[in-house]
Design a protein around this ligand. Structure first.
Ligand SMILES: *[C@@H]1O[C@H](CO)[C@@H](O)[C@H](O)[C@H]1NC(C)=O
Ligand SMILES: *[C@@H]1O[C@H](CO)[C@@H](O)[C@H](O)[C@H]1NC(C)=O
Ligand SMILES: *[C@@H]1O[C@H](CO)[C@@H](O)[C@H](O)[C@H]1NC(C)=O
Ligand SMILES: *[C@@H]1O[C@H](CO)[C@@H](O)[C@H](O)[C@H]1NC(C)=O
Ligand SMILES: *[C@@H]1O[C@H](CO)[C@@H](O)[C@H](O)[C@H]1NC(C)=O
Ligand SMILES: [Zn+2]
Length: 396
């Protein structure tokens, strides 16, 4: 009968995004004893209640209230999701359907969580702009909450925010929800993780270098996997064997979904475009240049709605440690969340997890004990050039 109505609002300034829950349904706080604590990031007690049937999201653009300059952003976001998961998007009429608008009064972006009702709300404006933020909103529509609202977030974030002093509406973007299933590990680089705009929550201890990485508009490997697990998307037995922690891609079972930096149908190759370099005992330098150009809209020069990427594979002999030092990065891109471009050195042992990103001009040496070490650069605006130095040393 009564379905809780939950609306999230994403308010985006240049460097941070902020969701606000507008309306709060009746029964998120109840639980019925025998259910184990679960989460992903779905709400409600019945984990299937808010799933889209047949993995198909129905939507239409409201002709009167949608800003069609944002149509390409939304369609690309859908294309990214449908090419990595079994989720499909359909403009066929349906009882439950998303009405896409651009709420120009608030300039907010928001979405209801999951498959809810006829003409359910979704707003996307030019303030939000990027494909990554459109993916964020659509992932809400698929039934998921924010990463920093996961049941395990206190193991990853040190919250100093005064939640009790906040309005209910604000709180609902930060509170841990009761009914959750955790389907994937915590990833600070999730597109569902807010940047820490006001020094309110920090990655704990050893993860402190993940600070800039929070607030990412790059869709994480684990974001797609979370969707595939919840919607039970999979491939049959003849799917290819995937290397380097990839898994068969439910949208095309002849390919794999690969961690960033790996490619080819089975993730055994270097992702393109890219270069492979051999580390030596001596420091060597290399410069990565990524020219994203600009998007021209009504004579305005804007950043692109999506990123371009390039990859390095830095090879070292077996059992050696690779050291990589970022010597110089790009001015004007030092933003929380590194939304305009950054370099990420994949030091994490699990290549599926996001590693620390660098978008400020800081000189830092990082170490990796695997080979290849993937260095990923991405950019959405003009020319970015990053200079790094690399070598190998004996493993201690
Ligand atoms: C799901 O797909 C089946 C078979 O194609 C169809 O009969 C059914 O109506 C679909 N359900 C919805 C809710 O679209
Ligand atoms: C699926 O992937 C294979 C292997 O990369 C490719 O040849 C094929 O065109 C893809 N199919 C579709 C429908 O995209
Ligand atoms: C690498 O770049 C740094 C800083 O630009 C410079 O000091 C150093 O000499 C360079 N090293 C090599 C081997 O080119
Ligand atoms: C690397 O380390 C492993 C485990 O300690 C050892 O078995 C192997 O022989 C080492 N390889 C080389 C080339 O040193
Ligand atoms: C980055 O810092 C280096 C060393 O402090 C400096 O030489 C360089 O000009 C800076 N680059 C930018 C783009 O700010
Ligand atoms: Zn959100």
């Amino acid at each position: 009968m009564f379905r809780s109505l939950l609306i999230l609002i994403l308010l985006v300034h240049d460097i941070f995004s902020k969701d606000v829950v507008l309306n709060f349904g009746g029964h998120n706080k109840h639980s019925h004893g025998n259910r184990a604590k679960r989460q992903v990031i779905i709400r409600g007690e019945d984990q299937d209640q808010y799933k889209w049937p047949n993995n198909t999201v129905h939507y239409y653009f409201d002709e009167e209230n949608f800003d069609f300059s944002m149509e390409e952003t939304i369609l690309r976001a859908m294309e990214m999701l449908s090419s990595h998961t079994c989720i499909k998007f359909s403009t066929e009429p349906s009882d439950v359907i998303i009405r896409m608008e651009s709420d120009s009064d608030s300039n907010y972006c928001f979405s209801e969580i999951g498959h809810v009702r006829e003409n359910q709300q979704f707003s996307f404006t030019s303030n939000c702009y990027s494909v990554g933020l459109a993916v964020h909103e659509i992932i809400h529509s698929l039934g998921f909450m924010h990463a920093h609202q996961r049941a395990d977030r206190d193991e990853y974030l040190h919250f100093v925010m005064d939640l009790d002093g906040m309005s209910l509406q604000d709180r609902q973007q930060y509170d841990i929800w009761e009914h959750q299933i955790l389907l994937v590990p915590y990833d600070y680089g999730s597109v569902m993780q807010y940047a820490d705009a006001d020094d309110n929550y920090f990655p704990i201890n050893k993860n402190r270098f993940m600070y800039q990485t929070m607030g990412s508009e790059v869709v994480a490997f684990y974001d797609y996997l979370m969707i595939n697990k919840y919607y039970e998307c999979s491939c049959g037995h003849d799917a290819p064997k995937c290397q380097n922690f990839g898994y068969p891609n439910p949208s095309n079972c002849s390919q794999c979904n690969c961690p960033y930096g790996f490619g080819g149908d089975d993730c055994s190759q270097r992702a393109e475009p890219g270069t492979t370099l051999q580390a030596t005992k001596e420091w060597q330098n290399t410069t990565i240049s990524l020219d994203a150009g600009f998007r021209h809209v009504n004579h305005l020069r804007m950043r692109q709605i999506d990123y371009i990427y390039s990859y390095l594979w830095i090879m070292a002999p077996e059992n050696k440690t690779t050291e990589i030092r970022v010597l110089q990065s790009v001015s004007g891109k030092c933003l929380r969340g590194c939304g305009r471009g950054a370099i990420e050195i994949k030091t994490n042992e699990d290549p599926r997890l996001t590693s620390p990103r660098f978008c400020c001009n800081e000189s830092k040496t990082v170490r990796s004990s695997h080979t290849p070490t993937v260095v990923m650069a991405y950019n959405s605006e003009g020319l970015n050039e990053y200079t790094i130095a690399y070598r190998y040393v004996d493993t201690e």
